[in-house]
Design a protein around this ligand. Structure first.
Ligand code: MIC
Ligand code: SF4
Length: 642
């Protein structure tokens, strides 16, 4: 039987297990990336492992999330990461150089290689044919130390693209269509692999928009073939030496097939508050809007912003609209500056932000109360923008730019004028904002600088055998990590301080949760389907850990968050009978007896609701390695035990 692209890369990197779907495999990791909001923790964990120098082919740390610097915290974190990188062999991309995924695609990505990153949108690299996966910080730390990365061998979904996009219909509309078809949980346990004649019509940045937002499907990753367009992109980045061709075998077998004719697509929008709540822009036309934000790792490439500049040229942003634009990287911003497009953008009245995540993670530009904001981003979870009652719609750069001018939701096809952005033959290459690590000889001289905001990774202990705990929170389906551990300008600066950030844990759902959980001597959280979707932030596991949560019992989990819970030593349980969910209430007293033995045996775990006098059967589905991690009290303890 032939292999798909993802299977070929996995085969080349397999260090443990067999490539049988649904079983655990370990793969060798060639590259890692971190960003600053998850990076401080990842590097503290790396330091705790006591390894001198990274063992990957390339590890890069980016500063892109916490660039508001409203206090000393972020700047201290940047300095810590910069010095840690210098010492331990990691490349450091300075603040201002751009968003991790955009810069990595431009300067470091390579077809056929494996990449894990402490950010859920790491699959952006799939646009160039990498096997690029989002992971928790601890997994990245272990990979930097030369350890394998463990995943469940995913099923492969083949999305066959035919035809060509019509003018002003965009790569964003393709992924919104895939989200409409598959939903935010449709990709769990799967890799989404693109093929077909339509692939040839898409450039690498367009493909990267699609693989980036594959994260919103809950997929392990998404991947495109590596072909002549890939070579063209790499040549223009002066990096054709890393090119290899990658195609699926003709007789590759897939678990699911989805067919999309690109010529039939029209502009789409993800409506509040979920990326799979899709409507056509036509249906929304005429709705008054207050804000437009263009940027993020989904849609801030040179070609995206050239299109935006073309639409804005010689016009003015509508009176009632605030337009903010954050170019994805210094390369993009500089090229727009040099060719004059930036001037068109400024002239139209856009508010030009630095090359960073910015409004995407609630770092500024929160909309007005009940404001309608059109964003080219990838997530529109409730409250993420910083304004709880705002209505966030995710759209293409074309829809965003045209609507910014009209002041109402507008179908950009009405403004089609035959303009096509050309892929540059040569991008502007200047890596002066990427600092190389010290040499092996020099590394010992480097002193790692820590500010007062940096607190140690919380210590964990071995799992107790008899748990007698209380239900401290009960939540619904599709809880995101933005509910569990919110971000934004006020909370993000605390990412390297677990005691302080824990005070905000779940406060979006229940402001009393942190105090209640702390007062109990051990607790359980109960949730619905797809619990923990969204970000890779391990803080969504570390904060509950710090607050004394021992078990999370839900109907189903999102992949990265479940892995983060295991890494933190919190037991992830799933209801076997989903109706049991209805019988647990806040404050119920829960007991799990002999849990160590139950975990070791690998069968169902019996959970007793003492208050209701009920017994629940739950499943844990842990591999032997995961069992050891949980029993040791988390991945750090497990790794240090050797
Ligand atoms: C996000 O888009 O939610 C983030 C912020 O980039 C996160 C990482 C984080 O929480 O630091 C992600 O996607 O993993
Ligand atoms: Fe940054 Fe937003 Fe991309 Fe996350 S989704 S990496 S916050 S731009």
């Amino acid at each position: 039987m032939g292999l798909s692209i993802a299977e070929k890369i996995i085969k080349n990197h397999l260090v443990s297990g067999e490539m049988d779907k649904g079983t655990d495999i370990g793969i060798k990791i060639d590259q890692t990336l971190t960003q600053d909001a998850t990076g401080t923790m990842a590097y503290l964990e790396f330091e705790a492992m006591g390894i001198d120098r990274v063992k990957t082919e390339r590890s890069v740390a980016y500063i892109d999330h916490n660039t508001l610097q409203t206090g000393f915290e972020n700047a201290d974190d940047h300095r810590f990461i910069q010095t840690v990188c210098k010492k331990h062999g990691i490349y450091f991309s300075r603040p201002g150089n751009g968003i991790c995924h955009q810069v990595h695609l431009e300067r470091f990505s390579a077809p056929g290689k494996t990449l894990i990153g402490s950010d859920s949108h790491t699959p952006t690299g799939g646009g160039i044919g990498m096997l690029a996966i989002g992971a928790g910080g601890l997994d990245v730390a272990v990979a930097m130390g030369g350890g394998a990365y463990y995943i469940t061998m995913p099923k492969i979904v083949n999305v066959q693209l035919s035809g060509k996009l019509s003018e002003n219909v965009s790569a964003k509309d393709i992924i919104l269509e895939v989200l409409r078809i598959m939903s935010v949980k449709g990709g769990v346990g799967k890799i989404v692999e693109y093929s077909g004649e339509g692939v040839k019509t898409l450039t690498v940045p367009q493909r990267a928009t699609i693989t980036n937002m594959g994260a919103e499907l809950g997929a392990t990753t998404s991947i495109f073939p590596s072909d002549e367009n890939t070579l063209e992109f790499l040549k223009a980045q002066g990096r054709e030496d890393v090119y290899i061709e990658l195609q699926a075998d003709e007789d590759a077998e897939y678990d699911e097939i989805i067919k999309i004719d690109l010529s039939t697509l029209e502009p789409l929008a993800a409506c509040p508050h979920s990326p799979d709540n899709i409507k056509t822009v036509r249906e929304l036309e005429g709705m008054e809007i207050n804000q437009v934000c263009i940027g993020s790792c989904t849609n801030s490439s040179f070609t995206d912003l050239m299109k935006v500049a073309h639409i804005l040229k010689g016009k003015t942003v509508a009176d009632g609209v605030s337009l903010a634009i954050a170019p994805g990287s210094k390369q993009v911003l500089n090229m727009l500056a040099q060719n004059g497009a930036l001037s068109d953008i400024i002239d139209a009245g856009a508010r030009v932000l630095e090359s960073a995540c910015g409004p995407c993670i609630g770092m500024g530009q929160s909309p007005n109360s009940k404001g309608v904001s059109l964003r080219t981003f990838n997530r529109n979870f409730l409250g993420r923008s910083g304004t709880k009652d705002a209505e966030i719609y995710l759209v293409s750069p074309e829809t965003a730019a045209v609507s910014a001018l009209t002041g109402v939701f507008t179908d950009p096809r009405k403004y089609a004028d035959g303009y096509e952005v050309e892929m540059p033959k040569a991008f502007l290459i200047n890596d002066n904002m990427i600092i190389e690590p010290a040499s092996v000889e020099e590394m010992d001289k480097i002193k790692v600088l820590r500010g007062p905001n940096i607190k140690e990774f919380p210590k964990t202990t071995e799992l107790e055998n008899d748990l007698s705990i209380t239900c401290a929170l009960k939540v619904e389906d599709n809880i995101t990590t933005d509910h569990i551990m919110p971000a934004g300008a006020k909370i993000l600066p605390l990412r390297s301080n677990i005691p302080a950030i824990s005070e905000y844990c779940f406060t979006v759902c229940d402001p009393e949760f942190p105090a209640r959980a702390k007062a109990l001597s051990g607790s359980i959280i109960v949730g619905g389907q797809n619990y923990g979707q969204g970000s890779s932030r391990e803080h969504a596991a570390l904060a509950p850990l710090y607050l004394g949560v021992k078990i999370v019992l839900v109907k189903s989990f999102a992949r990265i968050h479940r892995a983060n819970l295991i890494n933190a030593g919190i037991v992830p349980l799933e209801f076997i009978n989903e109706n049991d969910y209805d019988t647990i209430a806040l404050g119920d007293h829960i007991a799990v007896e002999n849990i160590r033995k139950q975990i070791e045996d690998g069968g169902d775990i019996t959970v007793i609701n003492k208050t209701k006098n009920l017994t629940y059967k739950t499943k844990c589905a842990l591999t032997d390695r995961m069992k050891d991690i949980i029993l040791s009290g988390g991945l750090l303890n497990y790794t240090m035990k050797g």
